[in-house]
Ligand binder design. Structure first.
Ligand SMILES: Cc1cc2nc3c(=O)[nH]c(=O)nc-3n(C[C@H](O)[C@H](O)[C@H](O)COP(=O)(O)O)c2cc1C
Length: 216
C-alpha cells in the first residue's frame, strides 16, 4: 500500500532535498583562532620582498594562516575604538573583504574575527579572468559599500572606496611577503557576474580581487 502511494520518483525527490539541506547546513560560520601578532619579518625586509606572483600551489592555507592574513588585511588592531589595520576615509570602514574558498564564499566579520557564509560552492573561477584563480586556495574580493558612505558625492564614493580597498590589498601584500606566500592583486574581474553571484546590492561595488596561496 505504502509502495503504491510513494513511488520511486517521490523517494528520489525527497533524497535530493535531504542532500541539498545537508550541503547547505555544512557551510557554517568559521571562527578564527586569534591572530599571531608577534610573528613576521621586520617591516623593511617585508617591503624588500613585496612582489606580485602568479604561480600558486593548490595546497589549502591552514586556519591559523587565514586568521593571520584576514587580521592583517583589515582586522581590528585597537579594540577600544574598533579601528582597523587599514585606514578608511572618515573611518567609514565601508570595504568588506569577501573570502572565496573552495567550499564557498564568505564575508569577513572583523568585530568577531570570523567568516560568515554568503554562498555555498566553488566560485574561485568567477573571481577573475586568469587561469590561476580557479586553482589557488584563496581569492579575496574587496567590495566597497556605498551605503556606508553618507553625505558624500559619487566622485568621493568612487575615490575613497578604491583607495580604502587598496590599503587592505597592500596589507595583504606585506603579510604575504613576510610569510613567504604568493600573492597578486587583480583588477581583471567580470564585476557584473561576480556581483550577482555574491548577491551584492547595486550600491556595493567590487573594487579589486587578490589571489593568495603557497608559491609553486
Ligand atoms: C589596481 C591594480 C590592478 C591590477 N590588476 C591585475 C590583474 O588583473 N592581473 C594581474 O595579474 N595583475 C594585476 N595587477 C598587478 C600588477 O600587474 C603588478 O603590481 C605590477 O606588474 C607590478 O608588479 P609588482 O606588484 O611585482 O611590483 C594589478 C595591480 C594593481 C595595482
Amino acid at each position: 500500500m505504502v509502495h503504491r502511494l510513494v513511488g520511486p520518483g517521490i523517494i528520489i525527490v525527497l533524497l535530493l532535498a535531504g542532500l541539498s539541506l545537508a550541503i547547505a547546513q555544512n557551510v557554517k560560520p568559521i571562527q578564527f583562532p586569534p591572530p599571531q601578532t608577534e610573528i613576521g619579518k621586520p617591516l623593511m625586509q617585508a617591503l624588500k620582498l613585496r612582489q606580485s606572483s602568479r604561480n600558486f600551489d593548490t595546497r589549502p592555507l591552514p586556519m591559523q594562516e587565514l586568521s593571520n592574513l584576514l587580521w592583517s588585511a583589515d582586522g581590528i588592531n585597537r579594540p577600544e575604538s574598533g579601528k582597523r589595520t587599514a585606514p578608511t576615509a572618515k573611518n567609514w570602514q565601508e570595504v568588506d573583504v569577501y573570502v572565496v574558498l573552495p567550499e564557498g564564499v564568505y564575508v569577513y566579520d572583523a568585530a568577531v574575527h570570523s567568516l560568515n557564509p554568503v554562498v555555498t560552492g566553488d566560485f574561485r573561477e568567477a573571481t577573475g579572468s586568469q587561469v590561476f584563480v580557479k586553482n589557488a586556495p584563496l581569492n579575496l574580493v574587496y567590495v566597497s559599500d556605498y551605503g556606508r558612505m553618507p553625505m558624500s558625492s559619487d566622485e568621493e564614493k568612487g575615490l575613497y572606496g578604491a583607495t580604502d580597498a587598496a590599503f587592505i590589498a597592500q596589507n595583504v601584500y606585506l603579510y604575504c611577503a613576510s610569510q613567504g606566500l604568493a600573492v597578486v592583486v587583480r583588477g581583471g574581474i567580470n564585476r557584473t557576474a561576480l556581483a550577482k553571484l555574491m548577491k551584492l546590492r547595486d550600491d556595493q561595488k567590487i573594487i579589486l580581487a587578490q589571489t593568495v596561496g603557497y608559491p609553486k
